[in-house]
Each structure stands twice: as C-alpha cells, then as structure tokens.
Design a protein around this ligand. Structure first.
Ligand code: BGC
Length: 752
C-alpha cells in the first residue's frame, strides 16, 4: 500500500482544493492542508468541532481559530514563498500512515540563491488539543534570512467574525490568545511554544510574533519545532492554563516522540480496518484515504458532536451534522470502531430536546430531527438557504421544513448500530425514546386516507433535493414504515428483557395510546410498488414530469453555477434528480426487493441522476455491487473513492464556497468495498457474506466486528475464508450465498 499521497509542482488554481485534500484532523479540530505562508485569502483555517456562533446575520457556523502555524520567510525584507518567489521545486503531500502533512519547496531568491523549506505537521491523536509542526530552512549560499512565526488573527470566515474579544497572552515560553465567541461567550484559548532545534538566530518576541534573524552559511539549516495547543471551556476548566500545560508537555516530549505516537495511533486505526485488495493498488489507496479522511473528523473523545458534512475541513454547510452520519458514515464505524459509532448515535440521543422543539415549531408531536443539526440539536438551516444567481435574491427553500426523512434515518441508524454491535445498552440510555419519538412524529405527520385505507406522507422532500414538497416520496415512506417496525421491535425487546425500563419509558412518554397507532401505521403506510416495467415511482406524479437527458437539461443552463433544484431550478419539472433516492431505498432495504427490480431501477434512474451530491455515486456503486453488476459498481466506486483525491466537485455555488472533504462519500466508499463487493451484512442472528468481486480484484480481505465477534474475511475466486475471534465458544452463524454455516471461534473457516 502506497501511504503517501503527493503532488509535485505548484499550481495557484489548486490552492483551495489542496487545502481540503491535504487536511489533517483529530475530531477536536481540523487543520486545512494549506502551506505555512498562507493566510485567509488562501483559505487557511483551523476549524473547531463543537463550538458554533451566529454573529447576528442568522448564519450559524463553526468557529475557525486564529492560525497557529502561520510562518513566513523573508529575504531582503521581501517574502520568500510559493506565492511570491520563483519556485524551483515543490512537493506537498500527506503521509496517511501518520496522518501527517508535509511539504518541501525550493525557491530562488531575486539574486539567484536557492533556499529549501521543509515542514511536517499533524493534528495529534495522542493529545487532541495539539497541533505539531517542524519547520526548517536550508540555504544553499550564504544569506541573511528572517523567519516570522506566530498566530494569525486574520481569520477566514465564510460569514464574518465570530469573536467578541481576542486577548493577547504570554507566560514563560508560551504565548497565545484567549478568544470569546460573540453569541455564547465561549472561551477558547490557543497557545504556541517554539523550540529551535538546529542553528542559531536572534530571537525577538512581539505579542504572538516570534522572529528569527538568521545569518546562514552555505548549506546551513535552521530548524524549529512548534507546538500549538487549543483548549475550550467546554472541556478545559481554564483554557489558557490548559494550553500552556499542553504546549510545555509537548515540547518536553519532542516532535520525534510525538510523531511515533501518532504513527502508532494511526496504525491501530488501520489495523481495525484491516482491508486489503490484491490486484488494485489504486482502489486500495483511495479507500484508505477515504478511511483516513472520515476518521480524521470523527469524535473519538465525546458523544456531544457528530461529523459535519464537510468534516472538519472548514465551515461549509455550517459545520452541521446531517443524515449523512446515519446513512453513510455510521456503517464503517459500527463495523470497524463501534465506540465511535456509539458516540455518533448518542449525539442524537442527547439532542432529543432539539428534535422535540422542531416538531412543536411545525405543529407536530414527537421528534423531528434537524436537517442541519448543530451542537444542541437545533436546526442551523435557514428558511432562505440559497441565493438566486440571477436576481441576487434569497430563495425560500424547504430543506429545513420538509426533509422529514431525517427522523427515520436517525431511528434506522440507532437500530443498525444495535444490529451490528449487539450493544443494546444504547436503547436503555435513551435510544429507545429517540426511536419511539421518531415514530410518534410520523404518526402525527402522516395523513390517513379513509377511502384508500392507508397512511400517506404528503408534502415532503425525499433524498433527492431537486424535487421539494412532493407526495409519497418512496424513500421517505419506506423509511417511515421501517421506523414504525423498529419501534415495535424495540418495545418488544424492552417488554421481554427489561420490563421495568419498558414500563418507565411507556409512562414517561405517555405511549400507551400511541402504540396501537404506530402498529397501524406499520401495517397501513403506503409503500409504492414497482409498476409494470418494474420501476418504483420516486414520488407521486414523478413519471409525469418531463423526461429528458441530462445533456438536454444542461443545454438550458444560463449561468454555470445556477442551482438546478427547487424552487425554480431547471430540474424541478423534470425527471432529472440530484442524487440516489429510489436506489438508496433499494440499497438499504435490499431484502425487500427482487434482484430484477433492483437492476431495472438502477438502469432507469442512473441516466436521470445528475449525481449533484457527493452522496450519490457511492450508492449507485453499492447497489450495483450487491446485484453483481461489478463493472457498473467499480466505475461508480472509483468516482466516490477518488472524489477528494481528484477534486471533481464544485468549489463554489454562486459566490458561496462549498468545497471541503466529503465524509459521506468517504463512508460510502467503505460501504461499497465491504458491503457491496464483500457482500457483508449484519442481520439479527448472524452475518451474511455475498461477495461479488471485480474481476481484477484477485483477493479482498477486511476486518469487521459483529457483536462480540472480531472477524477477518478473505475472499477470492476460490471461496471465502473467515477467521473469527471472540471470548465466547458460541459459533457465529454465517450465511454465504445460499448456505447457512456456523463458524467456530478460533478456527479458520472456509466456504465455497
Ligand atoms: C445533499 C444532502 C446532504 C447535504 C450534506 C446536499 O447537497 O443533497 O443530501 O445531506 O448535501 O452533505
């Protein structure tokens, strides 16, 4: 496996993209993959998890911290950098094995002398408050240079300043800033400690600016290490005291030791992933990279946050948590790192209150989970979420109001977590209430049509966001049905296994009257069936919309960045959809539909899908792999897996920056490899392995956890081997294609 992802040469046009591509993070913060000399114009940013702020303009976004790694080199008082100087050589890269960003740049001064800058930086996993850098400058000829390193207070924010105050601090060797947010007066401190490791220079300190005046001999190198620490009052009693301590400890430990701890921590993460592919280095690296990116934004330390739609690579999508978490990111964690999956689901449990408030706001009962959930579970989405590119006016959008499927996705997520991990404790810790309240929400949202004797869900937006406010969106209706069924199963489990808890929640939620209605909803909700051609209509009336090709739709575009969806976009009255919708339904509820239906719907919907969301191609790949259409699947897998590597996505929508990494696609990539090609599915009483490998994958091997079993599956054209470890003697039930077998713990089991 090639652990280094590298770009040679400098390209001004790619600064923003590389900022996302080479980002590092540890779930506490993300630091964009920018170079040390960059500022806000180049979108340098350190995005913090958990703290959000609205500075009064109604747009609540996560906090970007002052940039603690800002470092500039000057020659004859002029900057020497990729932005200002002649570049002789330049490499920027990411070492996945350590989660470390590196650069090596050789520049030429105005009088023809060579200077080489090298830097390595990482967001520590060992101490998530730490950002660590080593930086060196080598002069080929004798010269005087000045290096200035500090904390840049010029912060890149999408929607204006978020600090009411920034106070300078300096004590001992640590200098820094203590910032207070505008809206909630949250206190966040950032500190820096710089240690010279090679060469000499005259050092001057001016607030947070540290300047080295150097007189270098030919071939001489000057190097320093920089320890930056961030602490916020939600987890540090006194943030400034904490960051001082973190900086000093880190400096005592030293860069090399911190880096070896970092490599060991990432190794542990990759070991729990245990994926290998024989015959496809390119796919393997792209899948590892996806895993790296998703894990870099994952909350390992808290269950009070989830993973934002653009990870911690910036403030895009208001740093909010979407249904992307449950449907796209959760599976990988549930199978590879269940403790993180639990954090993600507990975030929803902690935020049931926000979902109650949202339901009440719209006149419903139960839990209506937000489309853009922020730290307290409130919806960060505004009513006017987009700007019309032609008129410059804000457009009324209904993402917030009508994507009711989010509540079903949350219930599904908790249930999936339980099915995979067998950790039912989450149900006793509030998970059951969340599921029950989601069902109650749908019970109050659904219409009962007496003449048709069925429940319908009217005026909703499904997964495909181009068509807002439709009736009976297939994905939504099926997921609501599933929510009702899950609720009944959860209550059945509680009644049998935890009768006291059953009593408690039934009383607490006053659910006696609700229960028969939820049962009725499970039986009578309208579930659209395949038509005579085997196609499931995405929503009532979809087939009546104009049926045209995507090329034809594109030919009508006037402005390159115009929005195609509701309320007035070009796709609205057509069958062109933004992202997988029916195909998502067929992938998630695979066992409910025949292979024939899956194949026909894939063939029908794919040419009508614009894949305008990064949530789309992975799902088309997943379904194709499940039904053995491996060529289709492979093509779409590679699109999803290489999205963040190649930057094949829009950086701007109108004037709004929407770039960043794509955690949903990253999680989806894992799903395609393991659940699609590997055919893994956890079910109530065991696992299913139904592999369909691309021809050039000579062997696929992956590790996963199912309940107390830790399994390594390995598959090739000869068959499947499964190694199962657990603290129990009870064998694991495994369904391989049509055979049902029991795999004994400790044995290497083989099936044809
Ligand atoms: C997609 C949504 C998704 C959101 C955040 C939108 O473009 O259409 O389904 O939840 O992005 O990733």
């Amino acid at each position: 496996m090639q652990w280094r992802i590298e770009e040679k040469g400098f390209n001004q046009e790619k600064i923003e993209f590389f900022g996302s591509k080479f980002s590092v993070g540890n779930g506490y913060f993300g630091y964009r993959g920018t170079l040390q000399e960059y500022g806000k114009e180049q979108l340098a940013a350190c995005t913090l998890s958990e703290i959000f702020d609205d500075n009064g303009n109604g747009w609540r976004e996560p906090i970007n911290m002052p940039n603690g790694l800002l470092t500039k080199v000057y020659y004859r008082n002029k900057p020497l950098s990729v932005l200002d100087s002649k570049i002789l050589e330049h490499t920027q890269g990411l070492d996945l094995s350590a989660g470390k960003q590196y650069r090596q740049t050789t520049l030429e001064t105005e009088d023809g002398k060579k200077v080489t800058i090298e830097a390595n930086q990482f967001a520590s996993i060992d101490n998530i408050h730490l950002l660590v850098m080593e930086y060196s400058v080598k002069a080929e000829a004798a010269m005087e240079l000045t290096i200035q390193t500090g904390i840049d207070e010029e912060i890149w924010n999408i929607n204006g300043n978020h600090f009411a105050s920034i106070e300078q601090k300096a004590e001992g060797a640590v200098s820094g800033l203590v910032c207070k947010t505008l809206q909630d007066s949250k206190e966040i401190a950032i500190g820096q400690l710089v240690k010279i490791t090679k060469g000499n220079g005259t050092v001057t300190n001016d607030d947070t600016d540290i300047t080295f005046a150097l007189s270098l001999q030919p071939g001489e190198t000057f190097a320093f290490e920089k320890y930056v620490a961030i602490g916020k009052d939600t987890d540090c009693e006194n943030p400034w005291e904490s960051v001082m301590a973190f900086c000093s400890e880190a400096s005592d430990t030293g860069f090399e030791t911190l880096l070896s701890k970092q490599s060991a921590a990432w190794k542990k993460r990759y070991d729990s992933f245990g994926l290998s592919i024989e015959g496809d280095e390119e796919a393997l690296q792209a899948i590892y990279y996806s895993y790296y990116l998703l894990y870099s934004s994952a909350p390992t330390h808290t269950d009070k946050v989830a993973i934002p739609a653009r990870g911690l690579s910036g403030q895009v999508y208001k740093g909010a948590y979407f249904w992307d978490t449950e449907i796209y990111m959760l599976p990988m964690f549930a199978y590879c790192a269940p403790e993180i999956a639990k954090n993600l689901m507990m975030y929803r449990v902690h935020n049931l209150e926000g979902a109650y408030e949202k339901a009440q706001e719209y006149g419903y009962r139960g839990a209506f989970f937000p489309w853009e959930s922020q730290e307290k579970g409130q919806d960060g989405c505004t009513h006017y979420n987009l700007t019309d590119i032609f008129t410059g006016r804000k457009m009324r959008t209904y993402f917030r109001d009508k994507q009711v499927h989010i509540s079903a996705d949350v219930a599904y997520g908790i249930w999936k977590y339980v099915t995979i991990t067998k950790d039912k404790s989450i149900l006793l810790e509030g998970g059951a209430e969340v599921i029950m309240e989601c069902a109650r929400f749908f019970n109050s949202y659904a219409y009962f049509k007496k003449d048709k004797d069925r429940f319908e869900l009217l005026d909703v937006t499904g997964a495909d966001e181009y068509h807002e406010r439709v009736n009976n969106d297939a994905y939504t209706n099926y997921m609501v049905w599933l929510t009702a069924k899950i609720t009944l199963e959860v209550l059945d489990f509680l009644a049998k296994e935890h009768p006291d808890h059953y009593q408690k929640v039934m009383e607490k939620l006053d659910y006696e009257k609700e229960l028969p209605e939820v049962k009725e909803m499970a039986e009578k909700i309208y579930l659209s069936k395949p038509n005579q051609d085997g196609i499931i209509e995405q929503f009532s009336g979809y087939f009546k919309e104009e049926d045209l090709s995507i090329e034809e739709l594109y030919s009508r575009i006037i402005e390159p960045n115009e929005y195609l969806g509701s309320p007035v976009g070009l796709a609205v009255n057509t069958q062109i959809i933004k992202q997988a919708d029916v195909i998502l339904l067929l992938s998630l509820l695979s066992e409910e539909f025949s292979e024939d239906v899956k194949e026909k719907n894939w063939a029908y919907y794919e040419p009508r899908t614009e894949h305008g969301s990064s949530l789309s191609t992975c799902i088309y790949a997943l379904l194709a792999a499940k039904i053995g259409k491996v060529d289709w699947a492979y093509q779409f897998l590679m699109k999803a897996a290489k999205l963040d590597l190649l930057g094949n996505y829009k950086q701007y929508l109108g004037p709004l920056y929407i770039g960043g990494t794509h955690p949903a696609a990253n999680g989806g990539t894992w799903m395609v490899a393991v659940q699609g090609f590997g055919g893994l599915e956890a079910v109530e009483d065991g696992i299913v392995l139904n592999p369909h490998l691309p021809e050039h994958w000579k062997q696929l091997s992956f590790r996963f956890v199912y309940g107390e079993y830790i399994c390594q599956a390995c598959m090739d054209s000869k068959g499947i081997s499964l190694q199962v470890e657990a603290d129990t003697d009870a064998p694991l039930r495994v369904k391989v294609r049509d055979q049902v077998l029991t795999a004994k713990v400790g044995e290497n089991y083989f099936a044809l």
